[in-house]
Design a binder for this molecule. Sequence first.
Ligand SMILES: Nc1ncnc2c1ncn2[C@@H]1O[C@H](COP(=O)(O)OP(=O)(O)OP(=O)(O)O)[C@@H](O)[C@H]1O
Length: 242
Amino acid sequence: MAEQIIINNVSKSFGNAQVLTGIDFDMDSGRIYGFIGPSGAGKTTLVRMIAGLDYPSAGSIYVLDKVVPDRSLMQHVGFMAQSDALYSELTGRENLAFYCSLYSLKKNVAKERIAYTAGLVGLENDLNKKVSQYSGGMKRRLSLAIALLHNPTIIILDEPTVGIDPELRRSIWEELAKLKAQGKTIIMTTHVMDEAERCDYIAMIKDGTILASGTPYHLKTQYHAASFDDVFIKAGRKQVPL
Ligand SMILES: Nc1ncnc2c1ncn2[C@@H]1O[C@H](COP(=O)(O)OP(=O)(O)OP(=O)(O)O)[C@@H](O)[C@H]1O
């Protein structure tokens, strides 16, 4: 299986504050990767760099054989940020249409993708409302639709299911499983441990380094943990990386 993403000794500082140190991590297609860790650990910083939205201070990140940031990757990468990049004076449909034009989707493809992604996030009946009238959860769902709009090969989701009810969360996970089966690489950050457990591979970030990584089963065995909450707590206590 080809490695779609290679993170090579990446560090990141903001001013004098070192946020990430020497991150090495590779990701293959057809898998779901979960980045977990305490608030402020550096998860968002890392996924933003993978998405090409920021530069590493040291080291390099390769996505589909290109060093990021690279504009040509925009067509292949979908990113759902924690804070929504939406136009509140436009309707949901107009927001989706705007992003379709950004990705240069043909009219018939755009129509089909808007219908598919809006259906996926349960917004098909709200597309004609202005986003300013959306609830927080609806905005999150629209952001998720936008991330998937251009059928990207690499899907990066920063806490995608915050504010999304359990039923819709389940259907989103079913869809992520289908996308994974199509060979997409899916990366997410999450604080929800039962979601982390559904990922194929987990990297736990703490104090800017990867403290532990492996399959959920591997991590549970390694930490003699009954649940994934336990892994999180026990791994967090360890001072020495595995
Ligand atoms: N643009 C920035 N300028 C300065 N500091 C930043 C910037 N972005 C992030 N940081 C700092 O980097 C650290 C890591 O932040 P980051 O958002 O990556 O953490 P996180 O693990 O995603 O947290 P959370 O789970 O709360 O979303 C924090 O101390 C944060 O304040």
